[in-house]
Design a protein around this ligand. Structure first.
Ligand code: APR
Length: 229
């Protein structure tokens, strides 16, 4: 039995109606990263940051997994290899599509984190500066997502998985945010075959053995079928 590691980014959820970050109409064209995705921005204006994540939480709750999420769940269920999904996405569409082994390295919209005591709990649909921590009872709730300047989750586990991978795929990610953008190099160093699936070539396409361009709902089911059938 081999090991397959798949990294996903915002592009896999685009056809579920969730915006990407760096496409022309992406989230970072309309919001400043410094304002809504850094600890400093949250300290400056928590109401603005909560409003941003409340809107994203609502959109994610209304979105449905698409054929690309479903295909990856099928791969995990039917492959004789161990399949791990490492996702930069904070939506929960992989789990709702039926994937079990999912590492959300940038956290999750459905989670709340106390900025003071570190307690974690299920986020209500709407949070604001008054939302109390159920553990320490202070009003310091923040979304349980990893902001710029913070350390992603599961890094040690991911390094171990990449070191054992025989196949690594990156799907719907622009390759502009580290450490995820460097996973392809770790996988190559471990001798894995590498494949990229994205709407168009990315800044890191040259690092992959092969690149499949097109919408994820077309490329991913085709790629999964080619592995399984
Ligand atoms: N199918 C496949 N790929 C797509 C699709 C689609 N339907 N639509 C867009 N893409 C591609 C884009 O061409 C781009 O290469 O998905 C990629 C999305 O890139 P980004 O918007 O940069 O998203 P991502 O790589 O996930 O961003 C990484 O940046 O701001 C942070 O924390 C945030 O997790 C995020 C991280």
């Amino acid at each position: 039995m081999g090991r397959i590691v798949i990294l996903t980014g915002a592009g896999i959820s685009a056809e579920s109606g969730l915006g990407t970050f760096r496409d022309a109409d992406g989230l970072w064209a309309r919001h400043r990263i410094e304002d809504v995705a850094t600890p400093e921005g949250f300290a400056r204006d928590p109401a603005l940051v909560h409003a941003f994540y409340n809107a994203r939480r609502r959109q994610a709750a209304e979105a449905r997994p698409n054929a690309a999420h479903a295909a990856l769940a099928r791969l995990e269920a039917e492959s004789s290899d161990a399949v791990t999904l490492v996702t930069q996405n904070v939506d929960d569409l992989h789990r709702r599509a039926g994937s079990h082994h999912v590492l959300q390295m940038h956290g999750q919209l459905t989670g709340a984190l106390c900025d003071i005591c570190g307690h974690r709990w299920a986020a209500p649909l709407e949070m604001d500066e008054e939302t109390p921590c159920p553990d320490c009872h202070r009003a310091a709730a923040r979304p349980d997502v990893v902001w710029f300047g913070e350390y992603p989750h599961f890094m040690e586990e991911i390094a171990g998985l990449l070191a054992e991978a025989h196949l690594f795929a990156a799907i719907g990610t622009s390759g502009q945010v580290y450490p995820a953008a460097a996973f392809v190099e770790d996988a190559r160093a471990a001798g894995a075959e590498t494949v990229e699936m994205s709407l168009e070539p990315t800044a890191v396409s040259h690092l992959f053995d092969s690149c499949l361009t097109g919408p994820a709902t077309e490329t991913v089911p085709r790629w999964v079928a080619s592995l399984l059938d």
